[in-house]
Design a protein around this ligand. Structure first.
Ligand code: FES
Ligand SMILES: [Fe+2]
Length: 456
């Protein structure tokens, strides 16, 4: 067996075997694989439903659909969330749509009613069933689903035997909790349909190897040699400082020198992200970055300018009253930059803003998925923007900005390319795309298929 390079995995994590980086295209195209995922993967994993701030009051609810399942999460007490299958016990009508607030759950078909804690309240003409079995209050109450939260994110799991959320997520919380996501709120949320397999979409965001070619405009401001850590089914991507120029400098591969005056570079880099992504920096931090030009001399060393820039961000957050995380440089290094939480939750973070993705299949078509994007910011409590959910049947109709548009174009081009008779296997980079290899290990484990096995 050929030897492949090791990824920078923590001790104990497996590196990719020579064959493991070869991924049969059927994984993304086959209805048989999609069916196995529907039966063995989605019913057993913790899935993000939304944010706690969408459930502010008793009776606030959000619904979450994936494939044939519809679940709703509802606040049943000031300190309690519950989740239920979103289906009426009478003849199976869906009960709730979207999100909202209610003090009882009424079925629109024949008028049965449930309390918000799922107990049956009213069966219209209940006497008609006199003497019938399967008609006790316990039989008719809504079927509960496990729900838990992490840092403001609400998760559900359909499997009563799955590990608790904290254990499932480990070690993500111990690495990332210092960022205090629970204090962040919606800047925007967009959900779009993309014509590609959900795994193609996940994989467009769990490696940085594509950044140089896909997001060439970013080379002006950031170096691009990535490394990854594999943590069980989850992965982390990072730009190790020892392999990269400091942020703001042009990528080494461009051959461009590091400018003597880094101030305009840093300002332009942050402005570029704001203009083309509207995420990862709070608008307040973007504005504060401009202090570099007026308060520092042109010959300020790069590392000093970077330190000052972060100081300005913190000062702006403190001045507004938004707050700032207490986080040490060691914690920043351990947290890395970009995480994939198996199977379909991916996020990148800065000190007071982050970008979060959730990807799920769009019905039974293996060539279509639903992609949610959340831009979160740490706002002054009480001064958050109103929560808005945007949904687009075609991602091309959504204003995503240049960076995400570049990614989304790749996804649909990949899905088309996979169908070519001239293509049989993807070849994931064992070093800089090890999260993709790790992701497929975990998928195979849930599906019970062997490495290299081709289905459908
Ligand atoms: S299906 Fe809900 S009341 Fe009949
Ligand atoms: Fe990208």
């Amino acid at each position: 067996m050929a030897t492949v390079r090791q990824d920078l995995s923590p001790p104990g994590a497996k590196s990719a075997s020579a064959a493991e980086f070869m991924l049969p295209k059927t994984l993304y195209l086959s209805r048989e694989v999609a069916e196995l995922e529907k039966r063995h993967l989605w019913p057993r994993v913790w899935q993000v439903v939304g944010r706690v701030e969408e459930l502010p009051a008793v009776g606030s609810y959000v619904t979450y659909d994936n494939l044939d399942e519809s679940i709703f999460v509802i606040r049943t007490a000031t300190d309690k969330l519950q989740a239920f299958h979103n289906v009426c016990s009478h003849r199976g009508r869906r009960l709730l749509d979207g999100s909202g607030k209610t003090q009882q759950i009424a079925c629109r078909f024949h008028g049965w009613r449930y309390n918000i804690d799922g107990r049956i309240q009213t069966v219209v003409e209940r006497g008609d069933w006199a003497g019938c079995p399967h008609m006790s209050d316990a039989d008719l109450s809504l079927k509960s689903v496990r729900v838990d939260t992490w840092q403001g994110w609400v998760f559900i799991n359909l499997d009563p035997n799955a590990p608790p959320l904290a254990k499932y997520l480990s070690p993500v919380p111990e690495r990332v909790d210092p960022y205090e996501f629970e204090k962040w709120r919606y800047r925007w949320h967009k959900a779009v349909i993309v014509q590609c397999n959900w795994k193609v979409a996940v994989e467009a965001f769990n490696e940085f190897y594509h950044v140089t070619a896909t997001h060439a405009q970013l080379q002006q401001y950031q170096d691009d040699i990535s490394r990854c850590e594999l943590h069980g089914d989850h992965s982390m991507m990072n730009y190790p400082p020892e392999l990269n120029r400091m942020w703001g400098a042009p990528a080494a591969r461009t051959g461009m020198p590091v400018p003597k005056d880094m101030r305009p570079q840093l300002v332009a880099g942050v402005d570029e992200f704001e203009r083309t992504l509207k995420a990862l920096w709070s608008p307040r931090a973007v504005a504060a970055t401009h202090r570099l030009m007026t308060e520092l001399p042109p010959d300020t060393p790069h590392e000093v300018a970077l330190g000052k820039m972060m100081q300005y961000w913190k000062e702006a957050a403190d001045a507004e009253g938004a707050g700032w995380p207490t986080i040490t440089p060691e914690q920043v290094a351990k947290a890395g930059y970009d995480w994939q939480v198996f199977p379909n939750f991916i996020f990148l973070m800065n000190f007071d803003a982050g970008l979060f993705y959730r990807i799920r299949p769009n019905g039974d078509d293996p060539g279509s998925c639903i992609f949610d994007i959340w831009s979160l910011v740490r706002y002054v409590p009480g001064a958050e923007p109103e929560i808005k959910h945007e949904f687009y049947e075609r991602w091309q109709d959504c204003e995503l900005g240049l960076i995400l548009t570049q990614d989304f174009l790749n996804m649909e081009h990949v899905q088309r390319g996979l169908k070519s008779s001239g293509f049989t296997h993807a070849r994931a980079n064992p070093l800089q795309e090890s999260p993709i290899i790790n992701f497929h290990r975990a998928v195979r484990k849930y599906l019970g298929i062997k490495e290299g096995e081709e289905l459908g």
